[in-house]
Write a protein that binds this ligand. Structure first.
Ligand SMILES: [Zn+2]
Length: 297
């Protein structure tokens, strides 16, 4: 069962053209089409599996964001860097004087727990039952199951975060509308997603690991995400690079492209991508976008 998106969620355009065909290297080896909107250029995986049937594409030992396994150097580095980046993320939301935080797609809860220790009231949403159990066991966090944020009170949150989550959400417009109603005046929405304008994406083309079909439904750039959120009453305040993602994605992409690991080359490509990100408008392999809620009337 698959679903075909008929209208572009950014501009409502109805015509798409094929960009390329990508393989799911991590789980199914199936092929999926990546298309772009002929009107605004927004890129999406289309068709994609029915959201009710997507879980089988996540059943991968390699999907390490939901585990805390420290086996192997790659995983060890991943976990060490994750600890550092969590610190940075919490510093970022503290800077905006966050009091009531919602993290959508909170995984095993490390970020939420760190925010809680800094005195922030935290709520989380996570579809994986295994990850929710770990939140409870490790940090005594009670996490909601449903991705539907309608159950929360209106105007409740002054900050909503989504770390590598928006690209997995089946429905964009309704979700962003909900984020508007569930947040207070001038609330911040902080979104980390891959950027297919980055140098590493252009270098690896269809082998770029952050296409991550079919679990990544949407593929953003600064232009497309800014327009999408503007449609729903949010303005882009600033962007921040996620400089470690370029290395992780490039090392994985090397493996997808050549069938074997090449840490040195992956590291090099990641480094070039970061330099290009700093000195040009291409942006970084993954970017954090900070939006502010504005009055719509
Ligand atoms: Zn469009």
């Amino acid at each position: 069962m698959s679903i075909t998106i008929k209208a572009c969620p950014v501009c409502e355009g109805k015509a798409f053209k094929l960009k390329f065909i990508c393989t799911d290297y991590s789980v199914s080896s199936e092929e999926f089409k990546i298309v772009s909107c002929e009107t605004c250029g927004f890129v999406l995986t289309n068709p994609r599996p029915d959201p009710n049937n997507i879980s089988r594409y996540y059943k991968s030992e390699n999907y390490i964001s939901h585990t805390n396994n420290k086996k192997g150097l790659f995983n060890f580095l991943y976990q060490t860097i994750r600890k550092y980046t969590i610190e940075r993320k919490v510093q970022m939301i503290k800077k905006f004087d966050t009091k009531n935080l919602l993290d959508i797609g909170c995984g095993t809860g490390e970020f939420l727990n760190k925010a809680k220790t800094k005195g922030i009231n935290v709520e989380g949403i996570e579809p994986s039952e295994k990850a929710r159990k770990q939140c409870k066991q490790n940090y005594n966090l009670r996490i909601n199951e449903s991705a539907d944020i309608e159950a929360y009170d209106d105007n409740k949150f002054d900050c909503i975060t989504m770390w590598h989550v928006l690209e997995h959400m089946p429905e964009l417009s309704r979700l962003i509308e909900s984020m508007y109603s569930k947040t207070s005046r001038n609330a911040k929405i902080i979104i980390g997603v891959p950027n297919h304008n980055s140098w590493d994406a252009k270098y690896y083309k269809k082998h770029w690991a952050a296409w991550d079909v079919p679990v990544h439904f949407w593929h953003f750039t600064k232009q497309s995400i800014e327009k999408l959120f503007k449609n729903h009453g949010f303005v882009l305040l600033k962007t921040k690079p996620m400089i470690f993602d370029s290395f992780y994605v490039s090392i994985l992409s090397e493996e997808y492209k050549n069938g074997k690991k090449n840490f040195v080359k992956g590291f090099l490509i990641g480094m070039i991508s970061n330099l290009v990100g700093f000195f040009t408008k291409a942006g970084f392999s993954s970017t954090i976008y900070i939006f502010e809620k504005k009055h719509r009337f």
